[in-house]
Structures are given as C-alpha cells and as structure tokens.
Write a new protein. Sequence first.
Length: 188
Amino acid sequence: MAATRNVAVLVGSLRKDSFNRKLAMALKTIAPAPLALEIVEIGQLPLYNQDDDANPPPASATFKKRIAESDAVLFVTPEYNRSVPGVLKNAIDIASRPYGKSAWDGKPGAVISVSPGAIGAFGANHHLRQSLVFLNVPTMTQPEAYIGGAGDLFDDHGAIKKPETKQFLEKFLAAFAHWIEKTAKTPG
Ligand code: FNR
C-alpha cells in the first residue's frame, strides 16, 4: 500500500458558511486511504510585503513551513470577479518568496472550484492554474472539477447530497492520489 500523503487543502473563502469550506470538509471524509487531507488556514495571514522577505511575519513563516512540509496541495476555491479571491492569491504569494525559496516548487497539486453559479468558477480555476504553472506545481489536468449549483450541494449535516456528485469527487480524489504517486519528488 502507498505511504500516507499529507495534502494541504487551501480554501479560497473566509466566509463562515462557505460552500468551498463545506466541500473541503466533505472531501476529508471521502478521501481514499493514502490521502490525509488537512485544511491549512489562510485567513490569519497578513498581506504579503516584499520588504519582509528577509524577516517574514511569524504567521507567514508558519504557513510557508506548513506548505513545505506537505506532500501535495489541493486548492478548493470560489471565483471572485472571474478570478482567484485575493485571500488565496495572497497565501500563494507568501509561500512563494523569497525568490528561489518557494515552498510550492515541485509540489503535486489539484484544483476544485465551487460556485452557486452554473459555470462552477471556471475563471478562478484557470487563473489559479496560471500561477501554478509559474510556481512549478505539477497540477492534475483530468478530471477537471468545476462544481456549480453549490447552493444545493449539501444536506443539513454538510454531506454531499447527489450520489453522482459524490462519485465524481471520489473519482477525482482517486485520480489525485495516483497523480501524487506519479509526480511527487520523494516517493514514500
Ligand atoms: C462573487 N461570486 C461570484 N461567483 C461566480 O461564479 N463568479 C464570480 O465572478 C463571482 N464574483 C464574486 C465576487 C465577490 C467579491 C463575491 C463576494 C462573490 C459569488 C460567489 O460564488 C459566492 O459568494 C460563493 O458563495 C462564494 O464561495 P463561498 O464563500 O460560498 O465558498
């Protein structure tokens, strides 16, 4: 059996009742055995300032270390104005610096975007992928996950209501587990 892979899950919304956070929580309960999903919080991070590169704020340093120590990263994000929410971009920038010392480099990744709208935050999903290309995060290409209709996704306990959506996400996570084994720098 493959070694446990610690997956840092970044949620691109700080909203208390966030659909994206709900999805991230639901994913934790359906992830296949080699994957240990853990949400890494980003709401406490200060705004990135390049002047701080030599001496980053403690919350930023802790966050970057947490990313560096993870085996893979899973982004679960809404779309704000057809792009990546600022809070998520800020977290990405923080762990990317100083130049040449990025925590993202070579870390296997995957993206799920979630919206109440019909097109499932496609714009955010792909803008995020643009940064991940530069950061050398080998990001899973298939299956793509644009989850629309988020207002009707969950029951009162936060479980995914539709069996076909749950099955799709199980398939997504199984593919991600395979992707991590294929692309991780240091196989377990
Ligand atoms: C949105 N929303 C939104 N939805 C979308 O599908 N495309 C978009 O471009 C935007 N733009 C946007 C901008 C801003 C500033 C806000 C606050 C919201 C709606 C968004 O999808 C909705 O609020 C989700 O519920 C946000 O995700 P969480 O917080 O539920 O995870």
